[in-house]
Design a protein around this ligand. Structure first.
Ligand SMILES: NC(=O)c1ccc[n+]([C@@H]2O[C@H](COP(=O)([O-])OP(=O)(O)OC[C@H]3O[C@@H](n4cnc5c(N)ncnc54)[C@H](O)[C@@H]3O)[C@@H](O)[C@H]2O)c1
Length: 336
């Protein structure tokens, strides 16, 4: 088992270290978990090769799983398995099951030790690190959540061999986001389909940012690039999280007046198979009704992450009276 030495993040205060390990086969995932929470598709495809002697609870994967009902289902399983404060829970799946399972681990007995085994590229490059847990409620995304970092994260790129191309592309979207925020070199790793390289570089950028601002009060908000509009589009249209973020990024660049970079970004995203036009027109009013219910909106307006070039992003608070006009212009960039 290779330990990716540079990817060991020590969290400030009392929160634990997140260690990221790389293994070459699911059988090499090393865990002390008393219970495995696993995405149903991953269970079908890979369950016979993963933590064979560990009791498991299977959750149908995908965005729809992030519900209070499934949280309750996991609490019930924790109770039946006797999970206590000395126990470890492992979650294997994409970002959806990991967000849900991590939320259950963070709330059970006010927090039990967590391990993550991400099985989608999006989860490997982004969702597995940083400690955010989340549920969707009342028509908005990630409205309920906690911070509960996994102590151990195991990356096994073999899982990607069964991932549909569209899901792989969703991972490219968060990787391009990370390239814009802090490391344009990531684009070459995507072009070469060097997935371990993409994961390593993305987690390095994200880890550095999260350590400076674990609770999302300042610089960490840069990681929301493309998400302000993206989350609204994800609720309105049949788009995956990654696809919605891909549409949100050029729009955010246009929002900040960087029209040339918006075009360049759209070109790069399209070259990786990502959508750069909406499946149907969306009005600024329609998107704003969701954006204004989002966590990124406060009394002074919404804070947008505005990219101006590779490695050049800023946080801009847009006053409510200007937002609709600016958003109309931004939506024009991605209108079908
Ligand atoms: N916590 C964070 O910091 C963070 C960051 C980014 C995204 N997210 C969240 O992640 C979620 C999106 O995650 P995602 O893109 O991984 O999608 P997902 O978890 O919804 O999985 C997508 C599909 O792929 C299937 N799948 C998973 N692994 C597979 C494999 N190896 N082979 C075949 N099929 C497989 C799943 O069953 C599901 O049908 C969103 O809810 C988003 O909000 C969280």
């Amino acid at each position: 088992m290779a330990v990716l030495a540079p990817l060991s993040f020590t969290w400030p205060g009392e929160t634990p270290v997140s260690r990221v390990r790389l293994v070459s086969a699911p059988e090499e995932v090393d865990s002390r978990a008393a219970l495995l929470v696993i995405d149903s598709r991953v269970e079908t495809l890979w369950g016979a090769r993963l933590l064979l002697n560990t009791p498991r609870v299977v959750i149908p994967g995908g965005e729809e799983c992030k519900t209070p009902h499934n949280l309750e289902k996991l609490w019930k399983a924790f109770s039946e398995e006797g999970i206590n404060r000395e126990s470890t829970v492992c979650v294997a799946g994409g970002g959806s099951v990991c967000d849900l399972g991590a939320m259950a681990a963070s709330t059970w007995m006010r927090g039990v030790r967590l391990e993550l085994v991400p099985t989608t590229l999006l989860c490997m490059v982004d969702a597995c690190l940083g400690g955010k847990t989340a549920l969707n409620t009342h028509g908005t995304k990630n409205q309920v959540g906690t911070f509960h970092p996994a102590e151990d994260i195991t990356i096994c790129s073999a899982f990607l061999s069964t991932l549909p191309e569209r899901e792989l592309q969703a991972g490219f979207s968060e990787a391009v986001k990370t390239a814009v925020i802090g490391d344009p070199g990531i684009l070459d790793f995507i072009r070469n389909r060097d997935f371990e390289g993409v994961v390593f570089r993305c987690l390095s950028v994200k880890g550095d940012i999260v350590l400076k601002d674990p609770h999302d009060r300042g610089i960490r908000r840069l990681l929301n690039l493309g998400h302000t509009l993206g989350h609204a589009l994800e609720m309105l249209l049949p788009l995956s999280h990654g696809e919605a973020v891909a549409l949100g990024m050029p729009a955010a660049a246009r929002m900040g007046g960087a029209e040339g970079f918006a075009r360049e970004l759209a070109h790069v995203l399209a070259s990786f198979g990502l959508p750069v036009l909406l499946p149907r027109p969306v009005s600024a009013g329609e998107a704003l009704s969701l954006i204004r219910r989002d966590k990124k909106t406060g009394s002074a307006g919404t804070t947008w992450v505005v990219p101006r070039g590779w490695g050049d992003c800023g946080l801009v608070a847009i006053p409510p009276e200007r937002e609709e006009t600016l958003l109309e212009g931004a939506l024009r960039v991605i209108r079908p």
